[in-house]
Design a protein around this ligand. Structure first.
Ligand SMILES: Cc1cc2nc3c(=O)[nH]c(=O)nc-3n(C[C@H](O)[C@H](O)[C@H](O)COP(=O)(O)O)c2cc1C
Ligand code: SF4
Ligand code: SF4
Ligand code: SF4
Ligand code: FES
Length: 619
């Protein structure tokens, strides 16, 4: 089996199958129709006698989610994107039976004249380097043998048979790996503390944070969907390193595919002796259970997460004591993020130096980003730390669609901030992002163009925190609400210059006095937009204008009568019956122009979208 999977991407000389058809079964492609593609392939294979010749493999995310459903055929590596069920019979006949890829259905960047280029040469993949995502889109996550076929569980075997717990911790320390859940705390240091701080603890725990509540982020979900065993293996390694026998994965229930694949993986790992008693015939015993989170953002905070696993309401508690000393059930505990774990087996197998050779001086390795917003190639990318925002957005992401101008990128979700174009060429790493007033966060990267209003964006993130605040402490519970009210006032044209000062004062107070990271970082999107886009706030407050044309209360819609041909299409679309005909006939036109009654208009924008003659303007 190991050979079969290893051969899949490299040619199939000794494979028992002539070809492998990999279809993305990640959440994105599942919702854009990949189950129907698999169904049709199975039907065609049965009809055309291919079942024993071509293997269908349902994988995790390939990264280029915007192009889903995605399908790749090996050994050629032909990359079919936005696959339609109707295209399957031709792909089966011409490619799987006839041996010639159907060029017109391939991802266009892979077709150059008569040649078919490798996927690795396309702009989306060229600069990527997959460590945490190395198995996503390559293996069937529901089959442990496919994971083993890609060196899976070898690192655990190596650790248990040739390394002491101290060796493991030293390797992780030397690698320079820092937590990918947002804070960037050195993982080896965390493990070392948990091993040594209470030397005689009767019980310790290893937890995995798969809560991933940041708006726009789906990195952890994709790792769990595409490669669940990597997390199980890493947690077992962590268990050995700190002296724990039990692990918990805290995963949000809104991730049903991830939960299902984790359940399958845990069962298979137990059946194959990779979890449970005496793993690999050693004295080491370790098991993992799932705990489902109900989808509260604050439950991603480490102390709240542990309180929730204990069966209580997920509220943060003060630190110290830190979890390494008193964590889950008051026992020494480590908690790491999914992506942090996904790096561990490769570090053990390839060595600390291999990992430390990637990235920047203080941020080693790679980072997975969920690219979203106003960008051509939305999806999942993994790049070496130190790659610039420009490379990620313009080269990998394909730039901003519809010829619009880049305005800002938001990293770190509600805890982060906006980066303006002046910092486009800064290498992305933990410290650089903090230096420019944003932060890495877990890896959501939302791109904004000239049509985004930065005041509105700040309000959006603050609304999220107001909703998600657990309410335990006053600065966060009341302060964020007051900040939101001021922003709301500004977007409605009722703000004053004093409000901007009040916003800043409140922001610093909330940051300094909140109990947990949620409150301590909640004001960041406001502070960073105030710093980088202050003129936009001023325009709302002083000129009562929204330069991006987003804040409805500051907009008015008007028809330029000389451009209007009087076709009446806009009036048909208007839900408020606000558009009526005038007596005026523009020179050279046959019908009278229309006009908008501003007292009736609800500013929905339907008329602008309808008018082919660009006669309607938003002011
Ligand atoms: C409000 C809040 C939400 C968080 N949500 C997550 C999350 O969804 N996933 C995550 O890994 N870390 C999250 N964190 C960070 C965790 O508390 C913790 O630092 C992290 O899981 C540690 O793992 P790491 O060292 O591997 O990054 C959150 C922190 C705060 C304050
Ligand atoms: S800062 Fe906010 S989320 Fe954190 S404990 Fe206080 S009220 Fe709860
Ligand atoms: S759709 Fe445009 S051209 Fe037609 S009536 Fe409306 S404003 Fe005039
Ligand atoms: S913005 Fe909406 S409500 Fe206003 S005139 Fe246009 S279609 Fe009618
Ligand atoms: S979900 Fe299919 S490519 Fe991302």
């Amino acid at each position: 089996m190991k050979g079969e999977v290893a051969l899949r991407t490299h040619g199939n000389a000794s494979s028992k199958y002539e070809r492998h058809v990999l279809v993305c079964g990640g959440t994105g492609c599942t919702s854009s129709g990949s189950p129907k593609i698999i169904e049709e392939l199975e039907k065609q294979f049965a009809d055309k006698g291919l079942t024993d010749k071509v293997q269908i493999v349902k994988t995790g995310c390939f990264g280029l989610c915007e192009r889903g459903p995605i399908m790749i055929v090996y050994p050629e590596g032909s990359f079919y994107s936005r696959v339609k069920v109707e295209e399957i019979p031709r792909i089966v006949d011409e490619h799987l039976i006839g041996g010639s890829p159907v060029k017109e259905f391939l991802y266009e960047e892979t077709v150059v004249g008569d040649e078919i280029k490798s996927l690795d040469d396309t702009s989306f993949y060229k600069k990527q380097h997959r460590v945490a995502l190395r198995n996503c889109g390559v293996i069937n996550p529901e089959n442990i043998n496919e994971y083993i076929g890609r060196d899976g569980y070898e690192a655990l075997g190596k650790v248990l048979t040739t390394m002491t717990p101290e060796d493991v911790i030293q390797t992780i320390l030397d690698s320079g790996l820092r937590g990918r859940g947002g804070g960037g705390f050195p993982t080896g240091m965390k493990w070392k503390l948990a091993r040594n701080i209470v030397p005689n603890a009767d019980q310790k725990y290893v937890c995995c944070n798969a809560d991933e509540g940041d708006p726009g982020a789906f990195m952890d979900r994709s790792v769990l969907e595409g490669d669940p065993h990597v997390v199980l293996e890493a947690m077992a390694i962590a268990g050995y390193a700190i002296g724990a026998t039990q692990g918990y994965i805290y995963v949000r229930a809104e991730y049903p595919i991830a939960v299902e694949r984790l359940n399958i993986a845990i069962k298979q790992a137990r059946e194959n002796g990779m979890l449970g008693k005496n793993i690999f015939g050693t004295d080491f015993c370790f098991d993992i259970d799932l705990r489902l989170g109900a989808g509260a953002f604050v439950c991603g905070e480490e102390t709240a997460l542990m309180t929730s696993i204990e069966g209580n309401r997920g509220e943060p508690r003060p630190r110290p004591p830190f979890p390494a000393e008193k964590g889950l059930f008051q026992k020494p505990t480590i908690l790491n993020n999914v992506e942090t774990y996904a790096n561990i087996p490769q570090i053990i197998l390839n060595g600390a130096q291999w990992f430390a050779s990637m990235g920047t001086e203080k941020s080693k390795g790679t980072k997975v980003f969920a690219l979203g917003g106003k960008i051509k190639n939305t999806g999942l990318v993994e790049v070496p730390m130190g790659t610039t925002l420009r490379e990620v957005i313009e080269e990998i992401g394909g730039g901003i669609p519809n010829g619009k101008k880049f305005k800002a990128a938001q990293t770190g979700g509600p805890s982060g901030g906006c980066i303006d174009p002046s910092n486009f060429d800064i290498p992305i790493d933990y410290d650089n992002l903090i230096g420019i007033g944003s932060m890495m966060g877990s890896g959501g990267l939302i791109v904004m163009d000239e049509d985004n209003c930065m005041v509105d964006i700040a309000k959006f993130f603050l609304e999220f925190t107001v909703d998600e605040s657990c309410g335990k402490c006053t600065p966060c519970r009341i302060g964020t609400k007051r900040m939101w009210e001021i922003l709301d006032k500004i977007t409605k044209g009722k703000g004053t210059l004093e409000d901007l000062d009040k916003l800043e004062e409140l922001a610093y107070h909330i940051k300094a006095n909140s109990l947990c990271g949620l409150g301590q970082t909640a004001p960041n999107p406001v502070l960073s937009t105030l710093r980088c886009f202050r003129d936009e706030y001023i325009a709302h407050v002083v000129d009562k204008k929204c330069p991006a044309g987003v804040c409805k209360d500051l907009l008015s819609f008007e028809i330029e009568k000389d451009k209007c041909i009087g076709c009446g299409m806009c009036a048909k679309q208007c839900p408020a019956s606000a558009i009526t005909r005038t007596d005026y006939i523009a020179p050279g036109k046959k019908l009278a122009a229309m006009e908008i009654d501003k007292t009736k208009c609800v500013k929905c924008g339907a008329c602008i979208a309808t008018c082919k003659f660009k006669a309607i303007i938003k002011k």
